[in-house]
Design a protein around this ligand. Structure first.
Ligand code: AMP
Ligand code: GLY
Length: 427
């Protein structure tokens, strides 16, 4: 079958790399793609916000299946429009994408279906939000309701910071996404990224990962989209995985179906593993970036068959096989990211990096100009390695990083530290 993949990040390169190995695949197209994706797919350019253009491309190119990488097209209803045009799609409907599109929606959903999450209240005006925050124990978490590209969350250590965050939201710092705020309790524990494919009625858990959100070593600096990730996540023991499925994922699948808005696609639960068990921090309705890079390195089975099964409601009898090996990815970002950064610096040395055993390099913000490879985004490369342990994967990934000559970029030097410390300690 011909497949169209939507997106341009490291997540989409990893998906394209895995999909391109599928025996089911005819042609693989990607819109808009990047320089790395162009090595495994045919990159095409049109406006994805124009749903009619997406449908027309599929008709003109016999595309039978569309895989949507990022959340924005899903929240905008692209999956609904494709389904109405009888084109199969991996990704939830607009109604089901509210699980990521509105934090308030998800919090109320958790209350209705008794899913463990931080205690919260929703507000649509600054005065009552500030009054509530002023009485809240510290730290207190302030979130813009809608999509804010990961920037809409403030963990306020003082009441003044909380009020400033509330005022920024209502003053329009996140546009329409900040017209409502959620104020919630700060959870304490270790975070994990948990993924399950969902076909409307059935859920198939994938392996879990951990990512590093802060820009600098030692979990310092501003929040980013993610500076690295690894899998497996040692906190996700078999018992914690079972509890996450029973207490969080299954009630969500049943609840969404009971409401008449069944969820299809991948459900990405951001979890806090607290002393009392797993709690939901947030849902995403798409694969994680950079978590997908390590998931695809560990997957043995055909990803395309799995995505099609999720779309077709056929997951009940489906199974996936994984490598026992660990995987780890180091994100190389443009100097200045997540703030302002220059575009167009040149990258050398990828061939040497790729030659390191067990290494794959997934591109995010890159483009080719003739034979030159240029950085065009904030997150630019994902240097990814497999190894028998997280420590071995880490060694290989950093060996490959050292082979890359890119003065315009930086990376963290401690990706995987929690898992490596555990492996050293033998627990
Ligand atoms: P989100 O955009 O909801 O994933 O939030 C971004 C990050 O903020 C999460 O990955 C957590 O590290 C942190 N965070 C969000 N909500 C909470 C909470 N209630 N308690 C503690 N940390 C939180
Ligand atoms: N790495 C976190 C995310 O994809 O949202």
């Amino acid at each position: 079958m011909n497949v169209l993949l939507i997106g341009s990040g490291g997540r989409e390169h990893a998906l394209a790399w895995a999909i391109s190995a599928s025996p089911l695949l005819g042609r693989l197209y990607c819109v808009p793609g990047n320089a790395g994706i162009a090595e495994v797919a045919e990159c095409v350019a049109f406006d994805v916000e124009d749903h009619a253009a997406v449908i027309q491309f599929c008709i003109d190119n016999d595309v039978e299946f569309v895989v949507v990488g990022p959340e924005a097209p899903l929240v905008a209803g692209l999956a609904d429009d494709l389904a109405a045009a009888k084109i199969r799609v991996f990704g939830p409907s607009k109604a089901a994408a509210q699980l990521e599109g509105s934090k308030g929606f998800t919090k109320d959903f958790c209350t209705e279906f008794a899913i463990p999450t931080a205690a919260y209240r929703r507000f649509s005006d600054a005065r009552s939000a500030a009054a509530y925050a002023a009485e809240h124990p510290l730290p207190v978490v302030v979130k813009a309701d809608g999509l804010a590209a990961g920037k809409g969350v403030v963990i306020a250590e003082t009441h003044a910071d909380a009020v400033a965050a509330i005022d920024a939201c209502f003053a329009g710092a996140f546009g329409a996404a900040g017209a409502e705020v959620v104020i919630e309790e700060c959870l304490v524990g270790e975070e994990a990224s948990f993924f399950a494919l969902i076909d409307g009625a059935h859920a198939l858990p994938l392996v879990a990962a951990q990512d590093h959100k802060r820009a600098f070593d030692g979990e310092k600096g501003p929040n980013t989209g993610g500076m690295g990730a690894y899998s497996p996540a040692p906190v996700m023991t078999p018992d914690m995985t079972r509890r996450t499925m029973d207490e969080i994922i299954w009630p969500t699948v049943r609840g969404m179906a009971a409401r008449g808005t069944p969820f299809k696609g991948v459900l990405f639960a951001g979890l806090m593993i607290t002393a009392g068990g797993p709690k939901l921090i947030e849902y995403n309705v798409r694969f994680g970036d950079p978590e997908t890079q390590v998931l695809m390195m560990r997957l043995k089975s055909d990803i395309l068959a799995a995505l099609v099964a999720a779309a077709d409601g056929a997951l009940k009898t489906f199974d996936l096989r994984w490598h026992d090996d660990a995987a780890l990815t180091v994100v190389m970002a443009s100097n200045g990211y997540p703030g302002e950064y220059k575009k167009g610096s040149e990258i050398h040395g990828l061939d040497g990096a790729r030659a390191v055993e067990g290494v794959e390099i997934f591109h995010a913000g890159t483009t080719r100009e003739g034979t030159r490879l240029l950085a065009t985004g904030g997150r630019v490369l994902n240097v990814t390695a497999r190894g028998k342990t997280v420590s071995e994967a880490q060694r290989r990934a950093y060996q490959a990083v050292r082979a890359i000559d890119w003065p315009g970029g930086f990376c963290r030097s401690d990706i995987g530290w929690r898992a490596v410390a555990r492996e050293r300690g033998g627990s």
